[in-house]
Design a protein around this ligand. Sequence first.
Ligand code: ADP
Ligand code: MG
Length: 232
Amino acid sequence: MSFLKIESLEFKYPKGPTILSIPHLSLEEGQGLFLYGPSGHGKSTLLNLIAGVLAVTSGEISIGETKLHQLSAGKKDKWRGDNLGYVFQQFNLIPYLSIFENIMLPCQFSKERKLKTSDKEIHELIERMNLSSFIHRPVKDLSIGQQQRVALCRALVGKPKLLLADEPTSALDEKNTTELMNLLKEERAKNQLTTIFVSHDLRLKPYFDIHHSLVDLNQSKLSDSKMEAQNV
Ligand SMILES: Nc1ncnc2c1ncn2[C@@H]1O[C@H](COP(=O)(O)OP(=O)(O)O)[C@@H](O)[C@H]1O
Ligand SMILES: [Mg+2]
């Protein structure tokens, strides 16, 4: 049975056109999906649907035993807190909190996550991410590459079942990108972590098992009109 299953998904923002129309997408546990596509093609929207931040207009999203499209907003929040790691393009760290405090944030929102980790494990993760020397420093004083590694630690804390990453390397230079991608690959392998990574940067493809173009996957008119606009 697939770990993640999307069937007949349709999504539109209120009063807008249909942005996404995805007949089928599935992923086995532990697989890493690289979903690529130019800006404005619904990559962030799709991740927000899979995270349960947005609700599908119609269709189904199942993750493990959970039918996300059937949960109430409150239950979705709890499910997200317990099961999901999310790395954002702009990190979304809290600037005046230390590395350690930022990494521990998901455990404050989820008892389940807190129970699945320990101080020892968190320190080991910080060590693997080469962040040990700065652990009590406010994150605003770190380099961009270090901040994104903190964001990755925060997403991984408490062993989430699913990791979503929304263009997490777009603010990084090549050296920091390579470092982050290698660390991500190691952590994924260690924990059999199912991952969906979206980006417009095709150089990142080799780090993942499965690759899909969102333009091909998406049957909505958005794909056609945007592509035509680009070809003019
Ligand atoms: N909150 C919103 N309300 C209305 N339209 C939106 C909203 N967010 C994004 N969109 C539109 O949805 C489309 C896809 O956006 P997005 O998912 O951010 O694409 P990507 O992440 O691939 O750049 C774009 O046309 C964008 O203008
Ligand atoms: Mg986006």
